[in-house]
Design a protein around this ligand. Structure first.
Ligand code: PLP
Length: 404
């Protein structure tokens, strides 16, 4: 069965305004049930957790339930492996802080030049503690990464590899399972930024065998809130970031200083209910996997429609894969037009009530490495499953006028 697009669109009230939202890698629209859950939580359960009275007990159990549902969405083994926080950037910074005392001068961390800065900066900052930072680079011409190059970079001093699951500019899906295998073979750990991946494909941290995996709910149909999965035994080893009496064993609370945002946790769990509904309401992982299979198939059609148009134009360079292969790319499509400023192209589509975007999207090192910073960076069209072929056609017509 294919994706029921009219059901999908009915779940996103903001779509009713007829605007074509193509800046989803910047931030997606919010599900109706997510917004309703946040509101309902605030109006009925907004007391502090942990006390003995009825309402507080209910707040405590709702937070646990939300953690459990989010664990299911990620394919985690237990709810304690789910660390909640305000954003991916903050969670990556927290992880670096919780890890830094266990690192020795001369230990090595590998970062990339194709990640968003959120998964580079926190690790590069450890250089001041004597940690050696090595960079895994993308090929400027092919936009591909080379796993053998990663093998060459790793030594017996490598402690961590920080890499993205999907590029928020190129749309390329990186083979995280294979990367994790190689990293573990060298005795190191892996931390994955999945912000640009999680809205598009089913996540299964257990199958991927990653150590840490982070993404933001505001790009995954939820609120400005984020999650970090960590393998339970790895989280136990980390330093705590909370008060001194939150000992090492207080997982995940020791990594959530000052209380998690309860209403956003409860709201975010609504994403899981939506995926369950899309995948046939089995209530388990099968529904989530099926939902994302349907999402992926629909997204591939959208990607192919836009890529076919862009491939046909000889004044356009697609920045990333030119094909729409489901397992290799998400529908985040960036391009550059010969002799044209990207900002000017984006602005000219706005009168057609279309939202696309230009810039480097905080993947500045990648844009600079590819020599694309001049002329306002790239034009990025980032689609998700609620976008339609008709909207893509509207965008193509608008681009046609802009590029004429
Ligand atoms: C790939 C990627 N990683 C990380 C981030 C940062 O996420 P947050 O705003 O939750 O810190 C973004 C935001 O655009 C992103 O696109």
């Amino acid at each position: 069965m294919s994706l029921d697009i009219s059901y999908v669109r009915s779940q996103f009230p903001a779509l009713e305004d007829g605007f074509a939202y193509f800046d989803n890698a910047g931030g997606s629209l919010v599900l109706r049930n997510v917004a309703a859950r946040i509101s309902e939580y605030l109006l009925t359960t907004s007391v502090q957790t942990g006390a003995s009275y009825e309402h507080s007990q209910r707040a405590t159990s709702r937070l646990m339930e939300a953690r459990g549902k989010i664990a299911k969405l990620l394919g985690a083994q237990r709810a304690e492996e789910i660390v909640l926080g305000p954003s991916t950037t903050v969670l990556a910074q927290s992880l670096a802080r919780a890890m830094e005392n266990s690192l020795q001068p001369g230990d090595e961390i590998i970062v990339t030049d194709f990640d968003h800065e959120s998964n580079i900066g926190p690790w590069r900052a450890l250089e001041k503690r004597g940690i050696v930072i090595k960079e895994w680079s993308i090929d400027r011409e092919s936009y591909e990464i080379d796993l053998d190059e990663l093998d060459c970079l790793m030594t017996e001093r490598t402690r961590l590899v920080a890499v993205t699951h999907a590029s928020n500019i190129l749309g390329t899906i990186n083979p995280i399972k294979e990367i994790a295998r190689r990293v573990h073979e060298h005795g190191a750990e892996i931390v994955v930024d999945a912000v640009a991946y999680a809205p598009h494909r089913a996540v299964n941290v257990t199958d991927l065998d990653v150590d840490y995996y982070i993404f933001s709910f505001y790009k995954t149909y939820g609120p400005h809130f984020a999650v970090m999965y960590g393998k339970y035994e790895k989280l136990l080893e980390l330093d705590g970031l909370y008060h001194y009496f939150y000992g090492r064993e207080k997982v995940p609370m020791k990594l959530e200083p000052g209380n998690a945002n309860y209403e956003l946790a409860w709201g975010s769990a609504g994403i899981v209910d939506y995926m369950d509904a899309l995948g046939g309401e089995t209530g388990d992982r099968t529904a989530i996997d099926l939902a994302f299979d349907r999402i992926a198939a629909h997204e591939t059609l959208l990607s192919e429609r836009l890529l076919a148009y862009l491939r046909d134009r000889n004044d356009v360079t697609i920045v990333g894969r030119r094909d729409s292969e489901t397992h290799r790319r998400v529908p985040t499509i960036s391009f550059k037009v010969d002799g044209r400023d990207s900002a000017e192209i984006v602005r000219s589509t706005e009168k057609d009530r279309i939202g696309i975007r230009f810039g480097d999207f905080h993947s500045r090192r990648l844009i600079e490495r590819l020599g694309l910073a001049e002329g306002s960076g790239v034009v990025r069209v980032s689609m998700v499953h609620y976008n339609t072929s008709e909207e893509v056609d509207r965008l193509i017509e608008s681009l046609d006028r802009a590029l004429a």
